[in-house]
Design a protein around this ligand. Structure first.
Ligand code: 6GU
Length: 246
């Protein structure tokens, strides 16, 4: 998969792309990452990328021309543009979920536009953007962090990026939150690892973990519990999170 990110501050993203798991995926050729500085496509003397909004109001808006020039350069450089999906992370987008991550993980090329200020000129959305995604009901100061959140959720699902067993049992893959994890030492500050985990009794461990998943989900995300039971009924399986997929 290729990932292109358009940003006014690509240095924010560089550390992430150089980090261990992503760097390894890039080294292996599983991932290709491309950072594009939008400012390189501004043509005036001051390389202006923002301007006041028509109609008035607070803040600034990212100008259409530098963004369009940057987007055109990516499109003309990539051979198969039909294989490219353009994503604009914005708090006014549809809520991004694990289901979206799974859907996007099979794309050939994802392009992210990082907005700053009050956002980008609507005509860029109209002309170039395939989907607007929000990462939650709160407002971040810029699109870089939201883009990284989406990229991270997506690329780890690609074959060969992380061990597939890790993906099967984790939170949300079956709509339930994860069970608690323990590693050595057996006693830490007077707190002991639950006996069942030391028993070597795999069926018991599985039951214990399922119970903890349901308990935790009921306590903090009852909305997910209802949805998970619906999905499991559909599959006529036990709602214990052992099954892969959505
Ligand atoms: Cl995608 N962008 C920004 N700036 N804030 C957000 C967001 C995105 N999703 C939630 N808050």
């Amino acid at each position: 998969m290729k990932i292109t990110v358009l940003s006014l501050f690509p240095e924010i993203l560089e550390a992430y792309f150089a980090s261990s798991i992503m760097a390894k995926a890039i080294e292996r050729g599983t991932m290709v990452a491309e950072l594009v500085n939008i400012r390189d496509f501004a043509t005036d003397r001051h390389r202006t990328c923002d301007d006041a909004p028509y109609g008035g109001g607070p803040g600034m808006v990212m100008k259409a021309e530098p963004l369009a020039a940057a987007l055109d350069s990516v499109q003309s450089a990539s051979a198969a543009t039909e294989g490219m999906r353009t994503i604009y992370p914005t708090p006014s987008g549809r809520l991004f979920t694990q289901h979206d991550a799974e859907r996007l993980a099979v794309e050939e090329h994802l392009l992210f536009i990082c907005g700053r200020y009050e956002g980008i000129d609507q005509r860029i959305v109209d002309l170039y953007v395939d989907e607007e995604l929000s990462i939650g009901d709160y407002v971040l100061s810029s699109g870089e962090i939201a883009s990284l959140a989406i990229i991270d959720a997506v690329y780890r699902l690609i074959d060969g990026v992380i061990r597939s067993e890790s993906l099967i049992e984790e939170s949300h893959s079956a709509g339930l939150l994860e069970y608690p994890h323990y590693t050595r030492p057996e006693v830490f500050r007077g707190l002991k690892v639950p006996d069942v985990l030391l028993s070597g009794h795999h069926a018991e461990i599985k039951r214990w973990r399922s119970a903890r998943m349901r308990e935790k989900t009921k306590a903090v995300r009852p909305d997910l519990l209802a949805e998970s039971e619906r999905i499991c009924d559909e599959r006529s399986e036990e709602p214990n999170g052992r099954n892969q997929g959505n």
